[in-house]
Design a protein around this ligand. Structure first.
Ligand SMILES: Cc1cc2nc3c(=O)[nH]c(=O)nc-3n(C[C@H](O)[C@H](O)[C@H](O)COP(=O)(O)O)c2cc1C
Length: 303
């Protein structure tokens, strides 16, 4: 049997598969579809350190080959998160990478410290890329200086692996990736969904409650693969690749571009069996191609 284990900055994953934050259940509901231990790691929905209502509905709309969303990171209070979610997350038998966000550096520092002190998580993903917020997220991930300053501050709060989740910002994603690496990030997750919108031709008004949203799903895959390819050339830290992955072929494409692990996102809304099927198919592909170790594929398109 080929080796499927990958190591993301000390997070030992028994296979390269995780889920895109916000696209998979948080409270055990995923067990209805397949055993959670099939995944290499779980990445739950981004949380804030305070209660937040999120964006007005409608929050989702279909697009050709994709999904438009504008959820806005609704969040429970920290107290409710600890009481309701942490007991469920504690029982998960695979590494859990908690995604967090803040409006300011201070809020990121606060939530990272709180999460780290719980002693439950294998790593922390810093959402520097939510496209649907007025404050925080994207304002850090689209600016090399702001992301560097932020990572330096949160780095002091935790010994856990820090993963910076970046936006698909063509003009400077490579500079941001270099900045977060030099500031102490241990890995990069990419990409978050690019900003997008739809207008109802009947009403001639925006479809989403927030007017502007973000596009995810197969429509963005070639963009994501290209950006992983560029960032892989620029940094040495591992990359968790995502954006439109639906099957094992996409997994191989992302890994060949330079991703060491991959996340399944929007496909989870369409096909709850996509992950178990892709895992089996990946294993068969490795066997058929005489590849002993899935790590051999990482970056091989660059050779
Ligand atoms: C409904 C929805 C909610 C999302 N929520 C989050 C979130 O809370 N935090 C985050 O970092 N990314 C969030 N994302 C982005 C995904 O994690 C992923 O980066 C993006 O959708 C690209 O992957 P995909 O095309 O496979 O979905 C969300 C995406 C969708 C569709």
């Amino acid at each position: 049997m080929p080796n499927l284990c990958v190591n993301i900055a000390g997070i030992k994953m028994k296979n390269p598969f995780t889920v895109g934050s916000g696209t998979f259940g948080n409270d055990g509901e995923f067990e209805k579809f397949f055993p959670i231990e099939l995944l290499g790691a779980l990445t739950p929905k981004t949380i804030r350190s305070y209660e937040w209502p999120g964006n007005p509905p409608p929050r989702l709309a279909e697009a050709a080959a994709g999904l438009l969303s504008s959820v806005g990171i609704p969040s429970k209070s920290w107290e409710r998160f600890v009481k309701e979610d942490v007991p469920v997350l504690k029982k998960i038998p695979i590494p859990v990478i908690q995604s967090v966000i803040g409006r300011t550096e201070e809020e990121y520092v606060e939530i990272v410290k709180k999460c780290s002190d719980l002693g439950v998580f294998a790593g922390i993903e810093l959402n520097l890329s939510c496209p649907n917020l007025k404050q925080g997220g994207l304002s850090f991930g689209s600016d090399p200086q702001a992301s560097e300053s932020l990572i330096k501050k949160v780095r002091k709060q935790t010994k856990l692996p820090l993963i910076a989740k970046l936006p698909p910002d063509y003009s400077n994603i490579v500079n941001v990736a270099k900045a977060v690496e030099s500031a102490g990030a241990d890995a990069i997750a990419m990409i978050n969904a690019p900003r997008a919108m739809a207008i109802d031709y009947k009403t001639r008004k925006p479809v989403l409650g927030n007017k502007v949203g973000a596009l995810s799903g197969p429509a963005i895959k070639p963009i994501a693969v290209y950006l992983v390819w560029e960032v892989y050339k620029a940094v040495s830290i591992p990359i968790i690749g995502m954006g439109g992955i639906v099957d094992f072929r996409d997994v191989i494409e992302f890994m060949s571009a330079g991703a060491r692990a991959v996340a399944f996102g929007t496909i989870n809304f369409i096909d709850t069996q996509a992950i178990p099927r892709a895992l089996k198919d990946l294993e068969n592909y490795l066997i058929e191609n005489n590849i002993d170790d899935v790590n051999e594929i990482v970056g091989c398109a660059h050779c």
